[in-house]
Design a protein around this ligand. Structure first.
Ligand code: DHB
Ligand code: FE
Length: 303
């Protein structure tokens, strides 16, 4: 049995990895950023909140994938993943341990639920995945949770729609609910964002009002965020703001209603606004799948 007990969203700015790795995380510039994670670090260390497995929704930034292969949605089913070399050598953080049993179950369930996932058994993971781990856990000897990487293409046009991401989250919830292996507490994290543009005439763009509207939309029963079109992300949040569709996978997986346990927003953080929210499901109900049971021969005992 496995259940999703919480969802966490966080920006994944690479500079925060550098700050943590070089002991600058409490200096004047970084302190207001890292302080916003103190609550979460304390909360996640408590046995009742600590996840066994994190489904970590992130994007690769041309580290594991490049223009040769661009999967829209990919799930890591491997045993372990090494920190990627992003040009300055790999970060000296622990390897990320996977959970192949749950990951393969989720892959099967999603594909039979008509989400055509790419399955990855070997890859390195970049700042999109390791920086959120640092923000939540600091610098331990080993990461305290197993991680199922779920990579989303938000780097090359066309990324998936927010609505599709939300629906994928709902399918992930169905997949986790039907796992009948060991007893597992599962978190789902959505990473990236918030508003930022790293190149061109509008480089440095930040839209605090829009970002806070987005944070508001993660809470409660509203599903307004799922219909935001790509052009609005581009116009209002810059070319890299589209990373926020990954948060909608997390939100979709939490079901009908959420409650915010903690919220943090700060500008500046490198070229972005840092945003962070911890959510718990109040009513984790997700719509049933029209096809999953019919396709899942294993569920019917046929194989
Ligand atoms: C920055 C933010 C990102 O999301 C990223 O992937 C790289 C850099 C930044 O603000 O510097
Ligand atoms: Fe990014």
């Amino acid at each position: 049995m496995a259940r999703i007990t919480a969802g966490i969203a966080s920006s994944h700015v690479p500079l925060l990895g550098v700050a943590a790795d070089t002991g600058k995380d409490r200096d004047a510039y970084f302190s207001p950023i890292f302080q916003g994670y103190d609550w979460t670090r304390e909360w996640i260390a408590k046995p009742e909140n600590r996840p066994d497995v994190v489904i970590l929704v992130y994007n690769d930034h041309a580290s594991a994938f490049d223009m040769k292969i661009i999967p829209t949605f990919a799930i890591g089913c491997g045993e372990r993943y090494r920190p990627a070399d992003e040009g300055w050598g790999p970060r000296k953080v622990p390897d990320v341990e996977g959970h192949p049993d749950l990951a393969w179950h989720i892959a099967q369930s999603l594909i039979l639920d008509e989400f055509d996932m790419t399955i990855i058994n070997e890859m390195d993971v970049d700042h999109g995945l390791t920086v959120p781990l640092t923000m939540m856990y600091g610098a331990p000897e080993a990461w305290p949770a197993k991680v199922i990487p779920l990579a989303v293409n938000v780097v090359t046009y066309p990324p998936p729609s927010g609505n599709r991401c939300w629906a994928l989250g709902e399918a992930i919830a169905r997949a986790v609910q039907s796992f009948n292996g060991e007893d597992l507490k599962v978190h789902i994290w959505g990473t990236g964002g918030m508003s930022h543009q790293l190149q061109g005439a509008r480089a440095g763009l930040i839209n605090a009002e829009w970002d806070n509207m987005f944070l508001d939309g993660m809470i409660g029963t509203t599903q307004a965020l799922r219909s935001i079109p790509h052009i609005e992300y581009l116009r209002e949040t810059g070319s890299e703001g589209i990373e926020m569709v990954m948060w909608l996978i997390m939100r979709g997986a939490l079901g009908r209603e959420t409650r915010a346990l903690h919220r943090h927003y700060h500008v500046p953080c490198s070229n972005t606004a840092i945003g962070h929210i911890v959510l718990e499901p109040v009513d984790g109900t997700v719509p049933p799948s029209p096809t999953l049971e019919g396709n899942d021969a294993a569920a019917q005992g046929a194989i």
